[in-house]
Design a protein around this ligand. Structure first.
Ligand code: ADP
Ligand code: MG
Length: 566
């Protein structure tokens, strides 16, 4: 037997690690399972480069709960450790074996699939256990199995043990205050959350299945009786869709993966984008475009962030621009620093590049869809519109690209790009200043007589509504030369009409003078204009119009900054 002290170089940080390493104690399981996965991946790597020539067997990680003994064990058949390796990798806190491995084998295929980075993960075990044992047999021929044991005080012991099978078992003696981690459902829940797509099979207990009774005996309903049998309960899908090549996946596969990600969701996404970058940073993933709901907040922040298939978080606000948080799916990048503060993330160079890349991909995909199948794109446009408007308003680069596929819909349900519509209406609808006026309504019923009057004059009227419209039209005006928007009930309409073309008032001067104060008494004089000249025969004798800029200002105040504009 050898005894010694865990080597903490600067000060005794052990109690701090125990309590505060991660604010979420459940993380210990993610750390230990991902160490076990690393140990398996390393074995695969050594087998592929000839450093390991033994029998590899089926690599898997097993999580074993023993309620009676109050232990939780994480078992793998990976590389294992010798006593010397334990000394090096375990007894020296913050000396990361994973980091060392990746550096040593950098550039070799397979070496980058290692999860660990910080050399602290193992010690998170002490957040939930008051005693931890490592029983391990290294991969070398004739290796001696050893057991390391510590109750985190911080002394440890190492003893030689008998252990026939290669690999490591981490035995956690769960402390009284952490006994929630002795509940099967709790553990299953944590595994579902963090381990669902780990690259090595993770087994937790068994799962009951049913099959026909082999004797063929029938029940009272004349159906063959069912007998139950147990199979290993595999927690994860080791080869999730995002790790495959897009060419190897069908639309159905993408649909199936969406349901794997969101088993509770009944919606089908509109389309997807498969991300795959390896230079200058690593990024894979699949983003789905949901049908945007009325209440956007319910579908926000559904993107799951992974690092080498380990779940990290589902709050990606700091990693992607706000308008992209409406998307669903998975981003996997080992290049996103994980255990750092959120505010640091925003300033990180890699994170910025990743964010820019995703924005570009999304815009490119939309343009590709627009170019490839215009009809299909138009059929989806109502669902895409808020997203495109939002992106246009919040991201300059996206806005630039969106110029090509941003569309407006006419009141007779036809879609036009901005340029197309300008071309279509410019003869009749260009004002004295040379601006082509895009007339629109945001409520066909309420503004019915205005729409009618405009149409009677041969004008085209667009249908635009939603919380972002007034911001969006201002933005489009700034991006397209000589384009201006006006709601049909704005006073702009008369500016389009050549002098002398107005219809005369239908009222006498006396009636006008009597009525004017009556109307002005009930509406805000500064915001509305009482008008007796009409534009067509069918117009009402009195019309209230509102200067476009006043209405827009009011609307923008109402919606400005309300979460949408950040
Ligand atoms: P990191 O994973 O960041 O390197 P950890 O504290 O999680 O840090 O683990 C420290 C080191 O201990 C690992 O790098 C590895 O060398 C070793 N180790 C931990 N768990 C295992 C295991 N199950 N099998 C083999 N080695 C392990
Ligand atoms: Mg680790």
């Amino acid at each position: 037997m050898k005894t010694g002290n865990i080597n903490v170089q600067t000060e005794n940080i052990f109690p701090i690690i125990k309590k505060f390493l991660y604010s979420d104690h459940e993380i210990f399981l993610r750390e230990l399972v991902s160490n076990a996965v690393d140990a398996s991946q390393k074995l695969k790597f050594f087998a592929s480069n000839g450093e390991f020539t033994g029998e590899m067997g089926d690599l898997q990680v097993e999580v074993i709960l023993d309620e009676a003994a109050k232990t939780l064990t994480i078992k793998d058949n990976g590389i294992g450790m010798t006593a010397e390796e334990i000394d090096k990798y375990i007894n020296q806190i913050a000396f990361s074996g994973a980091e060392e491995f990746v550096q040593k084998y950098e550039g070799k295929e397979g070496a980058e699939n290692i999860i660990g980075h910080f050399g602290l993960g193992f010690y998170s075990a002490f957040m939930v256990a008051d005693k931890v044992q490592i029983k391990t047999l290294a991969r070398y021929e004739g290796a001696q199995a050893v057991q390391w044991e510590s109750n985190g005080d911080p002394s440890y012991t190492i003893t030689e043990i008998d252990k026939a099978d290669r690999g490591t078992e981490i035995v956690l003696h769960i402390s009284e205050e952490s006994k929630e981690f002795l509940e099967k459902n709790r553990i299953q829940g944590i595994l579902d959350k963090y381990c669902k797509f780990l690259p090595i099979p993770v087994i937790f207990g068994t799962e009951t299945k049913y099959k026909d009774d082999p004797s063929g005996e029938k029940d009272e309903n004349d159906k063959v009786k069912q007998v139950s049998y147990e199979v290993p309960n595999q927690v994860n899908n080791p080869v999730p869709a995002w790790t495959k090549k897009p060419a190897d996946l069908t639309d159905e596969d993408y649909g199936t993966f969406y349901r794997e990600l969101y088993p509770m969701s009944f919606d089908q996404p509109l389309f997807h984008i498969h991300l795959n970058v390896d230079y200058p940073f690593n990024l894979t993933g699949i983003l789905y475009f949901p049908k945007i709901k009325e209440n956007v907040e319910v579908q926000r922040n559904k993107i799951n962030l992974y690092s080498n298939q380990v779940f990290i978080t589902d709050s990606v606000e700091e990693i992607v621009p706000e308008f992209l948080t409406l998307l669903h799916g998975v981003i996997d990048s080992p290049d996103i620093p994980l255990n750092v503060s959120r505010s640091y993330l925003q300033s990180d160079g890699n994170v910025k590049k990743i964010s820019t890349h995703i924005t570009k991909k999304v815009a490119d995909k939309l343009r590709e869809m627009f170019n490839k199948d215009r009809e299909d794109f138009e059929s989806k446009y109502e669902d895409l519109r808020i997203f495109i408007e939002y992106g246009t308003l919040s991201d300059e680069k996206f806005a630039d690209k969106a110029k090509a596929f941003s569309m407006v819909k006419s009141t007779d349900d036809k879609y036009y790009t901005i340029e197309e519509f300008k071309e279509k209406v410019k003869d009749l609808q260009t004002d004295k200043d040379g601006k082509t006026v895009f007339l629109y309504t945001n409520n066909k019923d309420e503004q019915y007589s205005f729409v009618q009057a405009a149409k009677d004059r041969g004008y085209e009227v667009l249908e635009l509504d939603g919380p972002l419209v007034s911001h969006w039209v201002s933005n489009i005006e700034s991006k397209f030369e000589n384009v201006s928007f006006a709601r049909v009930d704005a006073d702009t309409l008369d500016k389009l009409i050549a002098k002398g073309d107005e219809m005369p008032s239908k009222l006498s001067k006396e009636d006008e003078e009597a009525l004017k104060p009556v109307f002005e008494g009930v509406v805000d004089k500064d915001k509305f204009k009482v008008q007796f000249e009409s534009m067509s025969e069918t117009d009402a004798p009195v019309v209230l119009t509102q200067p476009e800029f006043i209405r827009r200002m009011m609307e923008q105040q109402k919606y400005g900054g309300a979460g949408f504009m950040g």
